[in-house]
Design a protein around this ligand. Sequence first.
Ligand SMILES: [Zn+2]
Length: 66
Amino acid sequence: MITMPKKPKSKSKGKKVKRWELYEVKDGKASLKNKVCPKCTSILAENKGRKYCGKCRYTEILKKSE
Ligand SMILES: [Zn+2]
């Protein structure tokens, strides 16, 4: 019988955003951490200083803190 080398734990490919991480649970209530789109109420994705709605392409540029 040939013993196979132990496989290293699979590297996580790409970060998957867990849905629940977008929420902050307080007093048993989940509140959104992220802003929602004012147009279609989807959760805005934050990316490089801007917030972006993947649904309706609404983009909000965040103020730079310098
Ligand atoms: Zn939207």
